[in-house]
Structure formats: structure tokens, C-alpha cells
Design a protein around this ligand. Structure first.
Ligand SMILES: *[C@@H]1O[C@H](CO)[C@@H](O)[C@H](O)[C@H]1NC(C)=O
Ligand SMILES: *[C@@H]1O[C@H](CO)[C@@H](O)[C@H](O)[C@H]1NC(C)=O
Length: 295
């Protein structure tokens, strides 16, 4: 009688713990899947911030070079806050792969012959972005941003990087191609986003959140959501023990270890955990029979 009661209680605790661990691992996955190496909110320790979310989205710059007897068109596509999308109507080999933030293509045109893409250069790639930000004060105010990309070309690769200078201006202008030297692409841009915002270490921009919906905001919410969840769980536990101990003391005059509420229950928890661990192990270890059937 007692044994069966305790067994069903164990099953109950196991299912609760299973649900809980499922929820937590799902949240963890969500956070890691959404991690953005640069979400366009730049903050320095001294409270100087830049909000580049107004520059989010895809932008393009094109320049043409006369290289007789042909003509070369360099096209740069970039998105500061997120990965670039695929370009419609262009084959895979003529564009940068997934997870690229800055991509430059060089296209050669000669007379009536068809255009030929001769180089596709991933200047900034999310997986190796390592963004560097520097405040510029003189002669012009602004922000310098460095993004890192992949090696190019394939033989004797040179690490590519994107060097963007955003100058503080009252009006948003078009970004301009300054130079590309085989390693570094320099781009300049005049924009209000290049002006610093004084804030209390990034908390001040919460009222601007609605504007552009920059990618990173959501991650922070999920992250702090987990924090709140744990805090709440902790508070509930603390309250439970305090109230339980008080109840045991005032009702039964309990002292010492007898103060612990539902002592029998907590005594079983280590065994339940052991049960779960052995369940998991047997589930992960395929039985030899299954292994042979699945040919
Ligand atoms: C904040 O720090 C940055 C870099 O550490 C510096 O360039 C800038 O001048 C500082 N701003 C203020 C207002 O102190
Ligand atoms: C990026 O460009 C700026 C402006 O031309 C230059 O001063 C700076 O040295 C460059 N950064 C790197 C890492 O080359």
C-alpha cells in the first residue's frame, strides 16, 4: 500500500521534472538559434551609445571601372544588422552563401558579349564577424565599424574585411564606395545614426523599440525571460520552505530536520533523479536488436 503510493508519487515527480527540463532546453535552443553577432546597438562603458537600427535592411552600392577593352561593375550588397537574403534570379555560385552580411561581386562586360560575374567576395560573414567599433571625434564625429569576412581568393587567401565609417549628419545620405584593395573595402556613409546617443548604458533606447524592430531586441527578451523564470522558481521554493517550516512548527511543534515540509517527498528526490538518469541512459543506448533490424 505504502510502496505503491510512493511509486506513483515518484512517477508524478519524474513527469514534472521532465516537463521542466524540456521547457528549459527549448528556451536554450531558442536563444542560441537567435544569437546575433551584431544587432546594431552599440554601447560603450561610459554610457555613449549608437543606435544603427535606422540603417538596417539591405543596401547596395555600385561603381563602374573602365578596363579596356571591357568594363567592370563592382556591386556591394550589405545589411549591418542581419544576414543578407538570397538574391533572386541569380545562380548560387554568382552570390555569397548564407550568413553573409557584406558581399561584393565583380561583373565584367565586353561589347555585346553576355555579362560575366568574375568574383564573389564575402567581405563580412556572421560566423567570423568580430565587430569592432571606434568612436570618431575629429575632424568629424562618427562611428567606425569593422566587420570580418572569409578568406579570398581560394589560392593564397587573404582575410577580407569591411571598413564602414558612419559620419554624424542630420540627413541620411547614400553610402559611398571609397576603395577596395583586395583585402579591405572602405565605405563611407553620412547618417543621423552616426551621431552618439547619451544613455544609461543602453537602457535608454527602450522607448525607441517600436521604430525598426532591430533583430537583437527579441533575443534579449528571451534571455531575460529565462532569468525571470529562474528567479520566480527560486522565490517560490524559498516561500514554500519558509511557510512549510512555519506550518510544521506551529502545528506540530516540530524542530530541526522535522521542520522541512514534506520531508518524505524530498527524501525521495535523489532516487527519482537516479531513476530518470537510468531511463535516459537506456533510451540513448540502442539495444543491439534494434541496431540490426534497421538495415
Ligand atoms: C567614451 O569612451 C569612448 C571610447 O572608450 C571615447 O572615445 C569617448 O570619447 C567617451 N565618451 C565620453 C562622453 O566620455
Ligand atoms: C578604416 O578606415 C578608416 C578611414 O579610412 C581608417 O582610418 C582606418 O585605419 C581603417 N581601419 C583599418 C582597420 O584599416
Amino acid at each position: 500500500m505504502l510502496a505503491s503510493q510512493s511509486a506513483s508519487r515518484r512517477t508524478f515527480i519524474s513527469s514534472v521534472l521532465f516537463l521542466l527540463s524540456g521547457y528549459l532546453s527549448q528556451q536554450t535552443l531558442l536563444v542560441s538559434a537567435q544569437q546575433n553577432p551584431f544587432d546594431c546597438h552599440v554601447s560603450f562603458d561610459n554610457g555613449t551609445n549608437f543606435d544603427l537600427t535606422s540603417l538596417s535592411g539591405e543596401h547596395g552600392i555600385t561603381r563602374t571601372r573602365e578596363t579596356p577593352p571591357s568594363k567592370m561593375t563592382d556591386e556591394v550588397r550589405f545589411d549591418l544588422c542581419n544576414d543578407l537574403g538570397r538574391k533572386e534570379g541569380v545562380t548560387e555560385e554568382d552570390q555569397c552563401g548564407q550568413g553573409t552580411r557584406v558581399c561584393m561581386t565583380m561583373t565584367n562586360q565586353k561589347g555585346s558579349e553576355g555579362d560575366r560575374v568574375i568574383a564573389v567576395i564575402p567581405l563580412a560573414v556572421s560566423s567570423s564577424l568580430q565587430p569592432e567599433t571606434t568612436i570618431l571625434t575629429s575632424p568629424n564625429k562618427g562611428l567606425n565599424l569593422i566587420f570580418h569576412g572569409s578568406g579570398y581568393p581560394k589560392t593564397n587567401p587573404i582575410s577580407q574585411f569591411f571598413n564602414l565609417t558612419i559620419y554624424c549628419d542630420t540627413q541620411l545620405q547614400e553610402p559611398t564606395f571609397v576603395q577596395y584593395n583586395g583585402e579591405q573595402l572602405k565605405v563611407e556613409w553620412r547618417a543621423p545614426a552616426g551621431c552618439e546617443v547619451q544613455g544609461d548604458n543602453g537602457n535608454g533606447d527602450s522607448d525607441k523599440e517600436g521604430e525598426e524592430g532591430g533583430g537583437g531586441k527579441k533575443d534579449e527578451k528571451v534571455g531575460s525571460g529565462i532569468g525571470w523564470f529562474f528567479l520566480l522558481l527560486l522565490l517560490v521554493f524559498v516561500a514554500y520552505f519558509i511557510l512549510g517550516a512555519y506550518h510544521n512548527y506551529s502545528t506540530y511543534g516540530a524542530t530541526g530536520a522535522d521542520l522541512i515540509p514534506h520531508r518524505d517527498f524530498w527524501r525521495e528526490v535523489p532516487y527519482v533523479l537516479r531513476d530518470i538518469a537510468s531511463h535516459l541512459c537506456s533510451a540513448l543506448r540502442p539495444s543491439p536488436r534494434n541496431g540490426y533490424i534497421a538495415v
